[in-house]
Design a protein around this ligand. Structure first.
Ligand code: B12
Length: 266
């Protein structure tokens, strides 16, 4: 008979997360908190779920560039009379995929009588380190031994008492500085991101004067825009990391599949 912890981890793998780890709130210290630039308010896990006993962090492998797709509904999109949807509402493809998968874990915990909710508003990278998923590298991202930094993260907070994993204690970056050198906007120095120089910050904050003009020009020149309301977020500091398999840059001509495509479980 498997434990609740084993069942949760098995389910996370079954729905398609590449890695899953667990920690407890009392093991977390010195987490970043408050507004990060103008993009995100980071909270403690207990601010999001006061009864929280365990934090499950799950990593979704970004095996194709398109997972960086962001679709933005501009002001001009008519949302309907009395709509409560934020007029700047957007869809970041991986978040939509991860939330969908996370619901399966939430539903399982709730069926077993526990409280559970997903979170992307707690500081996911240091908590993922505490869950044993990897280390925070020179690009400041969580680097997993298996897929490098090419993962996105989501948490499930629950009042279930699950078995915590051991933290990841190594830093395997060594002398490598590929990410620092590759950033076209020179936003990175080792373990630090100057966020108003990051092309992604420039994309997400189109009106803020703190982004220098040369970064705005780089953003315009380097950002792929598949349609009038969408763009691919810059991922250069992930792409160049030598850990994990590189993601193919371009699809090229579509090849006919010899074998039928395996169906994916959402
Ligand atoms: C705010 C934010 C941004 C901002 C600011 C980036 C930043 N580095 O803070 C902007 C918009 C610029 C951004 C850009 C990107 N982001 Co972002 N972002 C976030 C968010 C919401 C919070 C990040 C955070 O905690 N910032 C706070 C600062 C203080 O943290 P920090 O940079 O990690 O700072 C630490 C280190 O510098 C370290 N440190 C400082 N000095 C030293 C010295 C040494 C020696 C050491 C060891 C450490 C160290 O200590 C600091 C505090 O912990 C998270 C989601 C979440 N809820 O966690 C996603 C998240 C971090 N982003 C993510 C991604 C993928 C990106 C992009 C690649 C864009 C993309 N394609 O999606 C770029 C990468 C830019 C970069 N290299 O940081 C992923 C990362 C996945 C992973 N593998 O880690 C996350 C987790 C989203 C997700 N749900 O998966 N992001």
């Amino acid at each position: 008979m498997s434990t609740l912890t084993e069942q949760v981890k098995q389910l996370a793998h079954d729905v398609g997360f590449a890695a899953v780890g667990i920690t407890h709130p009392d093991k977390l210290e010195n987490l970043p908190h408050g507004w990060i630039g103008q993009v995100r308010l980071l909270q403690r896990p207990d601010e999001e779920l006061p009864s929280v006993r365990s934090i499950i962090i799950m990593a979704f492998h970004l095996w194709d560039q398109i997972f960086n797709l962001n679709v933005i509904a501009p002001r001009s999109v008519h949302l309907g009379e009395g709509s409560s949807v934020d007029p700047f509402h957007g869809y970041f493809l991986t978040y939509e995929i991860m939330k969908n998968k996370a619901w399966r874990i939430i539903d399982f915990l709730q069926q077993n009588g526990f409280e559970a909710k997903y979170s992307v508003g707690i500081p996911l990278k240091p908590i993922a380190v505490q869950c044993g998923l990897g280390w925070q590298g020179k690009n400041t991202l969580l680097i997993t031994p298996q897929h490098g930094p090419r993962v996105n993260l989501i948490a499930v907070l629950t009042n279930a008492e699950l078995k915590a994993d051991k933290p990841f204690l190594d830093d395997l970056c060594g002398d490598c500085t590929k990410c620092v050198e590759a950033c076209p906007a020179q936003a990175l120095s080792a373990y630090k991101c100057q966020i108003n120089h990051c092309i992604v910050y420039s994309l997400e904050c189109p009106d803020t004067p703190e982004v220098p003009q040369d970064v705005r020009h780089l953003e315009e020149r380097l950002t792929p825009r598949p349609s009038s309301h969408s763009y691919l977020e810059c991922s250069i500091c992930m792409d160049v990391c030598p850990f994990g398999e590189p993601v193919p840059k371009r699809a090229g001509p579509v090849k006919k599949q010899k074998a039928p495509l395996k169906s994916f479980v959402l």
